[in-house]
Design a protein around this ligand. Structure first.
Ligand code: PLP
Ligand code: TYF
Length: 388
């Protein structure tokens, strides 16, 4: 039976890890997979997380099952951070998920179960896992323009023109902040236009917020999401703590749904739980328990916010350094979050890897945090040859 399976391609982003490791050049630069790195190239465990893990080790008195919704305290403590301090909403419900990926998959299957013929609109470009995840959930995928790599411009007009074909009840996937792969910053005026369009056309926003606090700041990075949720009666939010708490492999995330009335909300929640049971039964506990401890202890929370600000400032500083060294890369300083999409060809990506040991995704996406400040001149000189 199994020999009937077609061979599947490897994840090209994760494949870069192996290629980089195998490269013997000491001055190689890894701008591949999106993980934060400090100026020494390390991805350390945050102090706040280490301390919370010590507390957990000392205090956890059981590892008995929780339930398909995971750690409720974790979900409740995230809500003011995501939705705002005064944003209690009886028409919203959330569950813990295995990372942002689990939240995306759960939300997409929920949509497919609610309306099997709906389309989900995904911008071009978007995170490489978005389309396959929607396809795995059996949703019809439609694309709209979002960002132009050559001009480095956000294309809201083209986006809304493409979305004119959307039908009421279609879903619209949006990155809450720090767009992956473009880093394009969606300003409040753009969010308001998108929100007005969503309301007028009866679309369901599905916000993927995987980098809160790594773009402009915790509050600022939730602004677009809050504008959308205000405008749309029905909405979904997929959240990841894997970047902003540096907990990547612990798989920490949540999915929230906002519904029009209490009855619809209760039915949505019952479906979230029944889907979760068939996917993973229950989400992994450790990371969510750690985040709960960090957020419920004022000192740990302050320490986390300071460390998060440190990560954000380092990325912003690198962006400014690149832009100041090469005016043709000035757009990088306006962009935010971990990623930018360099305006260079696929041939340039290969040459940068082969000739300079500079590794990035095949679409010329760089993880800005992979640069060390001292690498910036060499990086810019190598890339400069390929800029138009
Ligand atoms: N959404 C976006 C835009 C991402 O870049 C990522 C990165 O991994 C995720 C979701 C998934 O996050 P997680 O590792 O928590 O599954
Ligand atoms: O885009 C990135 O690099 C991150 C990490 O299958 C990632 O989102 C990449 C690929 C993947 C899972 C996570």
């Amino acid at each position: 039976v199994l020999d009937g399976l077609p061979q599947q391609p490897a994840d090209p982003l994760l494949a870069l890890i192996g290629m980089f490791r195998a490269d013997p050049r000491p001055d190689k630069i890894d701008l591949g997979v999106g993980v934060f790195r400090d100026d020494g190239g390390a991805t350390p465990v945050l102090d706040a997380v280490k301390h919370a893990e010590e507390l957990l080790l000392a205090r956890q008195d059981s590892k008995s099952y929780l339930g398909a919704d995971g750690d409720r305290g974790f979900v409740a403590l995230l809500e003011p951070i995501v939705f705002g301090a005064d944003a209690a909403n009886p028409l919203r419900t959330g569950v813990q998920t295995p990372g942002g990926t689990g939240a995306l998959r759960l939300g997409m299957d929920l949509l497919a179960r609610a309306r099997p013929d709906m389309a989900i609109w995904i911008g071009e470009p978007s995170w490489a896992n978005h389309v396959p995840t929607a396809a795995a959930a059996q949703l019809t995928v439609r694309r709209h323009r979002f960002f132009d790599q050559v001009s480095q411009r956000l294309e809201i007009d083209a986006m809304l023109a493409g979305l004119a074909q959307a039908r009421p009840g279609d879903a619209l996937l949006l990155h809450g902040c720090g767009h992956n792969p473009s880093g394009a910053t969606v300003h409040a005026a753009d969010w308001l236009r998108i929100a007005a369009f969503v309301r007028e056309r009866g679309l369901i926003p599905f916000v993927d917020l995987a980098y809160q606090g790594l773009a402009h700041g915790l509050e600022e990075d939730a602004a677009g999401l809050r504008i959308l949720l205000e405008a749309a009666p029905e909405a979904l939010v997929a959240y990841s703590c894997d970047k902003n708490f540096g907990m990547y492999r612990d798989r920490v995330g949540a999915l929230w749904v906002q519904a029009t009335d209490g009855d619809a909300l209760a039915r949505a929640r019952s479906n979230m739980l029944s889907l979760a049971r068939t996917f993973w039964s229950m989400p992994p506990d450790h990371g969510a328990a750690v985040v709960r401890l960090v957020l419920s202890d004022p000192l740990l929370r302050a320490s986390w916010e300071a460390e998060l600000a440190g990560m954000r400032d380092r990325i912003a500083g690198l962006r400014r350094a690149v832009a100041a060294t090469e005016p043709r890369l000035a757009a990088l300083a306006e962009q935010t979050g971990m990623f930018s999409l360099l305006p260079v060809s696929a041939a340039a990506v290969t040459a940068l890897r082969e000739e300079h040991g500079i590794y990035m995704a095949g679409d010329a996406r760089i993880n800005v945090a992979g640069l060390r400040l001292e690498d910036v001149p060499r990086f810019v000189a190598a890339v400069g040859r390929w800029l138009g």
